[in-house]
Design a protein around this ligand. Structure first.
Ligand SMILES: *Cc1c(COP(=O)(O)O)cnc(C)c1O
Length: 372
């Protein structure tokens, strides 16, 4: 059996052809036809008016917070169980991240606990759709309306997922995506901001290009950034977007196959609760190891799987536990992120994973959990 990675890009469309076009036409930097096309097509895929391509997902988030005017003295609410990037971007603006515990059944930020964390300084909520599972957007939007807050969606792990019958990325004042190599579609490195607000869209386009006036070259009314995407990145991103239905279908199949193969483990493993309000995508196939029943703990399982050439990843560490962020914990407790983070495991979920490989991985897990 080959070494099975947790994720890998699958270049199954026009990637090479588009890259060759960039090279043949010399449009390799941040001008060229693929950027606009990638933006337009991605906006319409998610059901939004405006898209702004960026150099990566983190710069997309920072750009979004900046154009919404988030700055020193403000507070931004964010999940304690996440990849660190959205928390860092809050800190870049000078604002304070307010960490909030997650929902035990669905693993995303808990709307009830959001409300308890709102103060007069609160300006925005970042809703992160973790591991492909959509947040409860109806409750989050209702809170935002009640307290007059901005909502930023972090969709870096959930391209194509739906809340109700709308794709994620269509709910926030601004929604941010990443196209890093391990995401559902990739541009190598890359990101995108989506919005329906024309003023915000124009501001983002200016800010990401050094704040340069769009009418008068080399005139700067604001201090901007260089957060531009290149035509080379967009060439790959566009080719990937053309295949997104295929990639998501494969990933959905992978999740089904794992479910079937792991079914007889019963409550030795735990999945997020089923519901009828969301249609998740399988960015990573994620489970919790119920150590009390399984007899094996998560970290031991990771080690044993590695010996069998199977890569896997523990869930993210709770943000509040790590040195630069401990000061944001305050008197709060985060029992659910502590619990999920200690038990959660992501299994290989690349779109090219074969049925045979899923069977192989599942069998190893079954043996390891049952023969402790
Ligand atoms: C990957 C990721 C990001 C950041 O994306 P980069 O393109 O690596 O900067 C942001 N948020 C979440 C939840 C992510 O998983």
């Amino acid at each position: 059996m080959r070494f099975i990675p947790v994720a890998e890009p699958v270049m199954c469309g026009n990637e090479k052809k588009y890259i060759e076009e960039c090279l043949d036409t010399n449009w390799i930097s941040s001008g060229g036809r693929f950027i606009k096309k990638f933006e337009d097509d991605f906006a319409s895929y998610c059901g939004r008016k405006y898209a702004i391509a960026t150099s990566n997902g983190t710069t997309a988030l920072h750009l979004a917070l900046t154009v919404l005017g988030i700055s020193r003295g403000d507070e931004v609410i964010v999940s304690d169980l996440t990849f660190v990037s959205p928390v860092n971007t809050i800190i870049y603006t000078g604002a304070t991240p307010v960490l909030v515990d997650v929902d035990k059944d669905y693993w995303n930020i808990d709307p009830m606990k959001i409300e308890q964390s709102i103060t007069p300084q609160t300006k925005a909520i970042i809703a992160i759709h973790l591991y492909g599972y959509p947040c409860k957007m109806d409750e989050i939007l209702a809170l935002a309306q009640k307290y007059n807050l901005f909502v930023i969606e972090d969709c870096a792990e959930a391209h194509g997922a739906k809340f109700g019958d709308q794709r994620v990325g269509s709910f926030g004042d601004i929604s941010c995506f990443s196209f890093f190599g391990n995401k559902i579609i990739t541009s190598g490195e890359g990101g995108m901001c989506l919005t329906d607000n024309e003023v915000l869209a124009e501001k983002m386009k200016t800010l990401l290009n050094h704040g340069m006036s769009r009418e008068k070259k080399y005139w700067h009314d604001v201090v901007g950034f260089n957060y531009r995407m290149t035509n080379l990145q967009a060439a790959i991103g566009l080719a990937q977007l053309e295949k997104i239905d295929f990639l998501l279908k494969n990933k959905n199949q992978i999740s089904k196959k794992y479910n079937e193969n792991l079914k007889d483990l019963g409550d030795l493993i735990i999945m997020p609760k089923k519901n009828n309000w969301a249609e998740p995508v399988c960015w990573m196939y994620s489970i919790l190891i119920n150590q009390d029943k399984a007899g094996v703990d998560r970290d031991e399982l990771i080690k044993k799987l590695k010996e069998e050439n199977i890569d896997s990843r523990p869930f993210f560490y709770p943000i509040h536990q790590m040195p630069p962020y401990q000061k944001y914990q305050g008197p709060k407790e985060f029992p659910v992120t502590d619990y999920l983070s200690a038990k959660g495991l992501n299994l290989p979920s690349g779109a090219n994973l074969s049925e045979e490989e899923i069977y192989y991985i599942s069998n190893k897990i079954k043996n390891l959990l049952k023969n402790k």
